[in-house]
Every structure is written in C-alpha cells, then in structure tokens.
Design a protein around this ligand. Structure first.
Ligand SMILES: Cc1ncc(COP(=O)(O)O)c(C=O)c1O
Length: 435
C-alpha cells in the first residue's frame, strides 16, 4: 500500500489515540532500523522519542526478533493461572536481580496501565486502606483507576473516582520558581496529616515524571517520600513505566536516589515495545502477604510466553551492549548539547535531562517567562515547529510549550548531533516570537 492509502484506510476504520479524529495526520511507517524509521515512499525519520519513549534498544534488533520467532514456533501461550513456562520463570528471576532492594516477585500484565491497576489492588489488599495519593502533572495510564490517579488534562474527561488524592510537587511551570525538596515534603506531610494517614494505602509517583515534562526530583525528595511513607505505613509505588530500563542512565530512575519502593510498575522498555508487556514488582514482605491470601488480579494474557521471551532477549541486549552505561555517557553529551541550545536560543526557557530523557521548554518572553503555548494548549509557533521537525525528518513529541529529546539508548554521537542540528534550525522559528 502507498502511504496515502494506509492513512486513508486507517482514518476511515480506526480510532486515533486521544485525538480529535477529524484533525489527525499520522505518519505511515513501513519499516524501522536502529534510530530510524521509513515511510512506504522511503522518507526517513530520526526517531528522537523512541516512539512513545519505549523503543529503548532501537528498532529491529535481530537478537530480539530471533527470540520472538523461536518462542512463537515453540509455544505462544498457556493459561497463566494454572500453567507456567520457562520464559516466565526466567524473566521473574532475571528481574529480581535488576530491580532495587528486595523487590523479587512480579505480576505480568499487557502494559503500563494494567500494571498500575494491579499495583493499586495490591496496595489496598495489603494495607486494608483505600485512598491512593498521586501527583498533579503525572500520567499513569488510560484504564479507570490509572486515569483516576493521573494528574493531567487527559484525565479531565473521565468521571472522578472516590479515593484518589492529588498533591503538587516542586515544579510549578516554567514561569514560576521551583520549590525545594524540604518545602515539597513539608506540604506532602501536611496533606497526609489532613487526609488521615490511616486512610492512605499508597503514594504513587513517577520516579522521573515523563510526559508532563521530564521533572527530575531534587536530591532528598525521594528519600523524604520514602521516610514519610515508612512513618505513616503508606506503600510507595514507583511508576517506572517510562523512566525504567536505562532511559535515565540507571536500570530504574529510582536507583539515582538509592530508594527502594514497595511496589514498582514497569512496561515499555521491558521489551522495548517489540511485544506488549507490563509488570508489577513487589518487595518480599508484600509477596509474603499473598502466601496465605488470594492475589486480587488476573488477566488472560498475564505472563504471555512470547512477551516474556521478548523481555528476556531485550534485557540481554541492554546487558550485552552495556546500554545503561551508554545512556549515562551519551546522556552527558546530550546535556551539553541542551545547554548549548539554551545559550543560543532566546526562546529556550529551560532544558532538563537525565540520561537520554530530555525536554526543551520554550518561552515567548525572557522577563515574564510566559510559555510559548499555554498549559494544555498550543500556539502558531509550536505548531510551526512541529511541522518543521516533521518536514526535516525528525520525529519527537511536541506538547504544549515543550518537546522531548528521548532517542533510543543506542544513538551514536554523530546521530545525536544530526538531530540537534535540526533542532537548532527549528528554534529559529520560535526565537522570532520572543518579545
Ligand atoms: C509513567 C507512565 N505510567 C503508565 C503509563 C501507561 O502505560 P500504557 O500506555 O502501557 O498502559 C505510561 C504511558 O505512557 C506512563 O508514561
């Protein structure tokens, strides 16, 4: 099919995620390799967002493709409750060696949102408490409870669900000052006190906030959250769906602060999205709780053999190619390139990155620091920047007043510079709007 035929048929018969259907303009993609993908007509794009921040090992790694093919030929699926398989067994054991502290037991799902749903069920069962505390400027998925925990406009269309509390973090927008870790923790403790600690089952937080702007916690914040949770018997859920598997230069973002959460949710990079898979990791004391009580969850496709085999092969690639270390090193170069871009372009109001998880926030006024597009909105300049990137063959997410720099961890220095050269030219568009 031609690109136009794929687009026309997709628009006629399929729903595009989160979008006003009449306005969608998808890129037709035929194949992908490494950090690049191509349309049927041969236009090449740099994948500067690893698709949805998930193809961490890059596209088309033959080791993962082979593992999927071999597993498919042997066994695709068995009933998860009553049967088990070698890939499932091996993946649980392997993850136990990678995840922090005594997290050593895993429940496998089909993706991130289902991992979140099950994390809440686990926390409520174990604590006997009902409330879930979550943060504004967060995304936890599109299923019911994951949406209720989500603290951003994608959740606005959903009915509010009892039992969810939202708190602010240290970041309040590019035009306002940041809070310190101490201020943020004081506020958090006050909310816990006023809500009633004995009513709160868990506090869920992205270890580094992803879609809402690569918000990297100040030192002391995560350790402080851990201490608050311990003091009040609240379980700490680290959502590592986007920040896990090397993205930040550690296996998991929470590792930067040497904090062990009680529950950890994962997806995306676990298979680099070659096959859908999510997981909830739990500490030993939580796993022990279910020794003599039923686990409150199950899915037809839990522990899918094909997905578990893909995850094992993907983890093999991270290890064989030392991708975690590589993300850390290339991340240092990316931080330098971001700093250079910020120095050169008046429309750049802030840059943030950790490993290969980065963002550029744009402003239209150096004094007031007014964002280039309003919260939950767009502007002609942001629209023009997005079109420029697409025309130049750079794929990344442009959202509100910011855009991401989240390439596959395999990106080379030359490829990174190639992408930043396009960004550099694109920012001339937004620079013109700076008053
Ligand atoms: C931090 C975080 N949690 C949960 C999810 C939901 O994952 P999924 O889309 O696989 O359901 C996402 C998706 O982007 C995410 O970024």
């Amino acid at each position: 099919m031609t690109g136009d035929e794929i687009i026309a048929l997709s628009k006629k018969h399929t729903i595009s995620e989160w979008a006003v259907q009449g306005t969608v303009d998808p890129i037709p993609v035929e194949r992908a390799e490494g950090i690049y993908f191509w349309t049927p007509e041969g236009k090449r794009y740099i994948d500067f967002n690893s698709q949805l921040m998930c193809v961490n090992i890059g596209h088309g790694d033959p080791r993962v493709v082979k593992a999927i093919q071999e597993q498919a030929a042997r066994l695709c699926y068995v009933t998860p409750g009553g049967m088990t398989t070698e890939p499932r067994a091996r993946l649980g054991a392997k993850l136990a060696t990678l995840t922090p502290g005594d997290i050593d037991t895993f429940f496998f799902t089909n993706g991130g949102a289902e991992a979140i749903e099950n994390a809440f069920k686990i926390a409520r069962a174990v604590t006997g408490r009902q409330k879930i505390m979550a943060r504004h400027r967060s995304y936890h998925g599109a299923t019911a409870a994951a949406m209720a925990a989500t603290g951003e406009p994608r959740a606005w269309s959903q009915p509010p669900m009892p039992g969810f509390i939202h708190v602010l973090d240290w970041y309040h927008g590019v035009d306002r000052p940041l809070d310190t870790a101490e201020q943020s923790l004081r506020y958090l403790e006050e909310v816990i006190q006023l809500e009633g600690p004995s009513t709160i089952a868990a506090f869920i937080l992205e270890s580094v906030t992803g879609t809402n702007g690569i918000l990297i916690p100040p030192d002391g914040y995560m350790q402080g959250v851990r201490a608050l949770c311990d003091r009040h018997g609240i379980l700490m859920i680290a959502d590592e769906v986007m920040s896990g598997f090397g993205r930040t230069g550690e296996w998991f973002a929470i590792d930067h602060w040497k904090v062990v959460p009680d529950i950890m949710t994962m997806a995306k990079g676990i298979t680099s999205a070659y096959v859908p898979l999510g997981a909830v990791g739990i500490r030993r004391k939580i796993a022990d709780y279910f020794k003599d009580k039923p686990f409150p969850g199950g899915l037809t496709y839990s522990s899918h053999a094909l997905a578990c085999a893909a995850a094992l092969a993907t983890i093999g690639v991270y290890e064989e190619d030392r991708l975690i270390e590589r993300a850390r090193n290339t991340g240092t170069l990316m931080a330098d390139l971001l700093t250079e871009v910020a120095a050169r372009h008046p429309s750049v109001g802030a840059v943030r990155s950790i490993g290969l998880f980065g963002v550029i926030e744009l402003i239209r006024n150096r004094k007031t620091r007014e964002p280039m597009a309003p919260f939950n909105g767009t502007s002609p300049e942001m629209g023009a920047l997005g079109r420029f990137f697409r025309q130049e063959g750079l794929f990344t997410l442009v959202r509100w007043n910011y855009f991401f720099t989240n390439p596959p961890l395999t990106i080379t220095e030359a490829e990174l510079r190639e992408a930043f050269a396009i960004i550099d030219r694109g920012l001339a568009i937004t620079d013109k709007a700076v008053g």
